[in-house]
Design a protein around this ligand. Structure first.
Ligand SMILES: [Zn+2]
Length: 112
């Protein structure tokens, strides 16, 4: 982690902040004493993180862009363009896919 203000690398974890989109790790810069939050790439999105992850999971399950668009509207009341869904898949799809793989490996090791 690098301090966004003074570019110093001497930063420490300083508790967590909870908001609508989830838990954010807070950091304190030891040099300029400013507190900042680690960016996870979802901050600038107009949509909620859960809607984006849901769309990507639906895509991984084999749904078309049109079906995903329809699902988000029917189940969550979220209006989103197919273009936006396509962008999410390109931007976050790979990252979430690897998370999913870890999860299945974990399940296999501990059968219910
Ligand atoms: Zn700083």
């Amino acid at each position: 982690m690098i301090c966004p203000k003074c570019k110093n690398r001497d930063v420490v974890k300083r508790g967590k902040r909870y908001n609508k989109s989830g838990i954010k790790q807070r950091y304190l810069c030891n040099k300029c004493k400013s507190i900042f939050i680690k960016k996870d790439g979802f901050e600038r999105m107009r949509y909620k993180k859960k809607d984006i992850t849901r769309a990507i999971h639906l895509h991984n399950d084999g749904l078309s862009l049109f079906q995903i668009q329809n699902h988000l509207w029917q189940h969550d009341g979220v209006k989103v363009t197919r273009r936006a869904i396509n962008q999410w898949i390109k931007k976050y799809g790979l990252f979430l896919k690897s998370n999913k793989q870890n999860f299945t490996n974990h399940k296999r090791k501990h059968p219910l």
